[in-house]
Design a protein around this ligand. Structure first.
Ligand SMILES: [Zn+2]
Length: 442
């Protein structure tokens, strides 16, 4: 059950970007009660409610960030301007020094940054996910949290990673804002037993599987050399692929693999910034994946590879990359880009009935954008979706609500103490930055 102390609220006369099936944009009242939308339209009942004049705001669904490693916050800027192999060399060296305490500090900072950018739900892949879950609960987001699994001989985790993931799922099962799940790191560290163990665990627990897939050509060619199959084909042939999964990146796919992933109803997290910055070289075939019917959303990836958790930046960049790459300005128009960050991200998680749009019965996860903000001018309703896709800055977001509870109020965190988070983050960064390999290698 959703537990919320928030009083009923009516947001009167807001400009509502519903993201419902008809993608309606309404001047409407929105009533929120018991953590849900109970009225979207004219003349909301006001009994027992705080009434807020929302005429100066756009009411927009909370963004769904479909791929993060949110606890990596102390590592922003630690491995810039290197390809994935060089990036991972630094990251793995530093990772060995991470503690559950600094993971929690990093996650608090990451969740805070996401909430301030209008992201209310995110899909994470990391270890010590209990620490991430505590940050989610305390700072006030909705987390879909994947415990990273890899082959036992490849990990520093104590015990079998799939067993650790099972225990994590057991500890958080049924939480109103934390969905625990299992997350194979990728084909380069997971053999068939790990993939199938993760899949069986998710099916048994009725939860999701999240993983990296075909991010670089090197990953694909090495896997092909080892198994004779490209990664997505191989995952299909070993019996892994199926609904309830979200694959991050999916840059290097053949037409056959696209059809295979779509047929298996695998969701795709497109990470445009991360792919560009790490120079993955190709451009993810998002248009083809969508045409084949795969649910596609957007992910920021971590602040070590992006280096931002802003979904507004991600929406903007995802659109521009596809248009330029395909010599076609008409692909992924603004409305579709906003869809990727909201209702389509929710669909990739199998949660389109619960989150991703402003509709009666859904969880009240939303942001209020200031219509007087410079990046939303001219404030014409017919241009609002365009502004959100191509122009809006994070600081146009005034307030953010999760489950109807205010978690950002006039650009300040309500539940997290930012001064404290920042101080703890500085201390964690000191320890981790001193553990990085010396430039040029040792
Ligand atoms: Zn990643």
């Amino acid at each position: 059950m959703t537990v919320t102390a928030a009083p009923p609220r009516v947001f009167r006369n807001a400009l509502v970007v519903t993201q419902d099936a008809a993608r309606r944009l309404l001047r409407a009242d929105v009533r929120v009660e018991g953590g849900r939308f109970t009225h979207v339209g004219p003349h909301a009942p006001t009994e027992g409610a705080d009434v807020i004049d929302a005429e100066a705001f756009a009411l927009v669904p909370g963004f769904v960030n479909l791929h993060t490693h949110v606890a990596m916050h102390p590592l922003r800027g630690i491995a810039d301007d290197r390809d994935l192999a060089g990036f991972l060399e630094t990251l793995f060296a530093v990772d060995a020094h991470r503690t559950e305490a600094d993971v929690e500090v990093g996650a608090r900072a990451g969740v805070a940054e996401m909430l301030l950018g209008g992201t209310t739900s995110f899909l994470d892949l990391y270890y010590f996910e209990d620490a991430v879950a505590r940050a989610v609960v305390d700072v006030g987001a909705r987390g879909f949290l994947g415990w990273a699994v890899l082959d036992p001989e490849m990990t520093t985790q104590k015990g079998r990673p799939v067993d650790n993931a099972a225990a994590f799922i057991g500890r958080w099962r049924g939480h109103p804002r934390v969905t625990p799940l299992v997350a194979p790191q990728g084909v380069y560290v997971c053999g068939a037993d790990t993939w199938l163990g993760a899949r069986d665990l998710a099916l048994r627990e009725k939860t999701l599987v999240h993983y990296h897939l075909s991010e670089t050509r090197k990953e694909v060619s090495e896997h092909e050399a080892k198994t004779g199959r490209r990664p997505a084909d191989w995952l299909g042939e070993i019996g892994f692929l199926g609904p309830g999964q979200v694959a991050a990146h999916a840059v290097w796919l053949t037409g056959g693999e696209i059809a295979r992933l779509a047929r298996a109803e695998v969701g795709i997290a497109h990470c445009a910034s991360s792919n560009l910055k790490l120079a993955s070289g190709g451009v993810a075939p998002i248009v083809e994946l969508r045409a084949a019917g795969a649910p596609v959303g957007l992910g920021t990836d971590s602040v070590a590879s992006n280096n931002s958790l802003s979904m507004l930046r991600e929406i903007h960049l995802a659109g521009l990359v596809q248009k330029n790459h395909r010599w076609d300005a008409s692909v992924l128009p603004a409305q579709q880009l906003l869809d990727l960050a909201t209702i389509e991200g929710a669909r990739a998680l199998g949660r389109e009935a619960a989150i991703g749009s402003i509709e009666v019965g859904k969880a009240a996860d939303f942001s209020l954008f200031r219509l007087d903000h410079p990046t939303l001018q001219p404030a014409r309703p017919e241009a609002l979706v365009s502004h959100l896709a191509y122009a809006a800055a994070d600081d146009a977001i005034d307030s953010v609500f999760v489950d109807g509870t205010c978690v950002v109020d006039h650009r300040r965190l309500v539940r997290g103490d930012w001064t404290r988070i920042r101080k703890d983050l500085d201390a964690a960064a000191d320890a981790l930055w001193s553990a990085r390999p010396k430039p040029g290698g040792a």
